[in-house]
Design a protein around this ligand. Structure first.
Ligand code: 8YV
Length: 315
């Protein structure tokens, strides 16, 4: 029997690619110089898409794939997949929850520590000779015992909060409703009120049209000149222009960001700021987690083509 044809939206490590190429006729759209021509040629026979969380599948793409049955997302976030089109056509969607939760939480907390203690600048202070020439490194701000806010107490937000407890922090959270498992944390429904009572605000909510710019100009101003915003979710959750304005003017103290509008191309205004820590969307980027994510992508595809229940279905 002919191998099912699948479309890869972005590159995968060899430990996934070898298996994918064994099982499927793999079409790598990211290698095509003319994507429209590529889809016109191969689109009619594509039965599955494997894609990264932040790349996804638009309504226009889905429309050009009449035989599409499943989209297997390499990531927990599936905001880049047009779910309405999938629902309409009965196309299944899977993601990779749980396996990446701890690594994403680790990076969020690491960014808080790194930024608050000025570790990047401190290394430069050593390597550029400032330590020897100028003496002591400027004092930075403490983390332990301070106030943290978690915007979105899902799997990742919960793991962030669990880690913050180890720093004896006063933790509050916002979510659509109070969570039963949030012992020792204060529920604050309004994101502005949450920001007002936080020194560090973690953005950990799944992105959707409903959460777009939930971190608004008002939330950013409420966090204030001593506050730090840490984003390990999606850029769309934050009003990025407002964030850039606030970082530039000192309305907001600092930020630590793993995700950006239009990434991997950043708004150049970010590069001119000295109060932001910039990371290349790698919160899930450990060998262990990426292997587990790849395995789930492949297991979901295999289950689908074997007519078995999907492992981690979204729809
Ligand atoms: C990316 C992510 O998928 O889980 C998500 O939603 O954004 C990430 O894990 C990963 O960086 C691969 O590009």
């Amino acid at each position: 029997m002919a191998k099912p044809k699948i479309l890869l939206m972005g590159p995968y490590p060899d430990w996934d690619l070898v298996d994918l190429e064994n099982r499927y006729a793999v079409h790598k759209i990211y290698e095509a110089s003319d994507r429209h021509a590529y889809i016109s040629e191969h689109g009619p026979n594509i039965r599955a898409i494997a894609t990264r969380g932040e790349l996804g599948a638009s309504a226009a793409l889905i429309q050009n794939l009449p035989k599409l049955e499943i989209i297997s997302v390499y990531g927990v976030g599936y905001d880049a997949v047009d779910l309405a089109s999938c629902r309409e056509r009965g196309i299944r969607v899977t993601n990779t929850p749980d396996v990446l939760t701890n690594d994403v939480a680790d990076l969020g907390v690491a960014m808080m520590l790194c930024q608050s203690r000025g570790m990047i600048g401190a290394e430069r202070w050593v390597t550029d000779g400032s330590w020897a020439a100028k003496g002591l490194y400027p004092l930075k701000r403490r983390v332990w015992g301070r106030r943290a806010g978690v915007l979105g107490l899902g799997r990742i937000g919960f793991e962030v909060a669990k880690r913050l407890r180890g720093f004896d922090m006063d933790i509050a959270y916002s979510d659509v409703a109070e969570k039963p498992h949030a012992e020792g944390m204060t529920f604050v429904a309004d994101p502005v009120a949450l920001a007002e009572r936080s020194d560090f605000l973690f953005v950990t909510l799944a992105a959707s049209a409903a959460t777009r710019h939930i971190v608004s100009r008002d939330v950013i101003a409420a966090l204030g000149p001593e506050g730090m915003l840490i984003n390990i979710s999606r850029a769309s959750n934050i009003d990025e222009e407002a964030l850039l304005d606030a970082l530039g003017s000192g309305v907001l103290g600092a930020a630590a960001l793993d995700v950006f509008e239009g990434e991997p191309k950043l708004n150049p205004r970010f590069l001119a700021l000295d109060n932001v820590l910039l990371q290349p969307h790698h919160a899930s980027g450990t060998v262990e987690t990426r292997k587990a994510m790849g395995q789930l992508v492949r297991d979901n595809l295999a289950a689908h083509f074997a007519g078995a229940p999907l492992i981690t279905p979204v729809i």
